[in-house]
Design a protein around this ligand. Sequence first.
Ligand SMILES: Cc1cc2nc3c(=O)[nH]c(=O)nc-3n(C[C@H](O)[C@H](O)[C@H](O)COP(=O)(O)O)c2cc1C
Ligand SMILES: CC(C)CC(=O)C(=O)O
Length: 348
Amino acid sequence: MISLADAERAAATLLEPAHYDFFAGGADDERTLRSNVDAFDRHRLLPRVLRGVGKRDLGVEVLGQPLSMPVMVAPTAFHRLAHPDGEVGTARAAAASGTVMILSMAATQPVEQVAATGVRLWFQMYVQPDRAFTERLVRRVEAAGCAALVVSVDSPVFGRRLRDLRHDFGDLPAGLACENMRESGTGPPRAVAFDAALDWSVVGWLRGITTLPIVLKGILHPDDARLAVGHGADAVIVSNHGGRQLDGAVASIDALPAVVEAVGGRLPVLLDGGVRRGTDVVTALALGAAAVAVGRPVLWGLTVAGEHGVRQVLELLRDDLDRAMVLCGADRVAALTRDVVHVGRCSW
Ligand SMILES: Cc1cc2nc3c(=O)[nH]c(=O)nc-3n(C[C@H](O)[C@H](O)[C@H](O)COP(=O)(O)O)c2cc1C
Ligand SMILES: CC(C)CC(=O)C(=O)O
């Protein structure tokens, strides 16, 4: 495995087709899924030379937490479909790589077990119509030691994923369940519900029940980024849910600059969607992201070799990022300024 593309190819041969398609697929015609990657392809870098970059520091701080590199693990469902190591394996790898794992509400292992690995954990949730249940879940993730709440705001309904419909993939196989949807850790799991009635008041409601930082995931429009600031969010993630929700939504990297401008440094802007190369990370950072998160590549690594495979994927990205930074003449993340990114033709 010498690139993330290798990891996907290997995973495709190992997974049952229905499970591979659940991980790989997007909504409807998968235009946004493709755009996330294609849009990075449209960006080019204008490297600087002779900058004395013999020693590099890839570290960043996000929400007061030091990361060894600006690459985090995005929340993805059902890790035990990929490998028996499950979310615990992913967590161990993220911890070993010195980064944050965002644990999905649809994880197949309980948050307490994942947190016990010692990883720095943020918890992703869909606010449930049953607010009393949601509040109990918030207490549970607080008690487990999660350091932030990541609220997905791009899912008022579930996207229509044709690959899943064709495979008739709906339920988890016997023995697997959404462990954080069990009422007391032992009861039957509730189904994850999507609530189209949610509005901006949910941020104030969450603020009223928890002191954890609140991260809004799935912001694309600059006006929504301003509203996030105004409602007291602590960070936003520019994301189209990996092309799994609104097909036709703009690519994440194309939405980033306007969001960064709207936020004006008042809170950190993170990004996910289509990050596959060190140069993609460089592009996002230079356009103002504080860090990026990767979804599918982590699942491919997990499929191929469990915890070890995720570690390999994260270290491949670190190595790739380090080389991209040196070649751009940057010895630290702050040295990646906007002028390093170029779209279209040079005008001189
Ligand atoms: C299989 C799969 C499951 C996902 N599950 C969740 C989830 O439970 N909650 C969530 O907020 N996002 C979920 N996402 C979206 C990711 O957090 C992230 O936005 C996306 O995967 C980033 O794009 P990438 O896969 O191109 O890196 C999921 C994505 C995939 C591929
Ligand atoms: C099964 C869902 C809860 C997770 C998912 O597939 C997604 O958010 O894209």
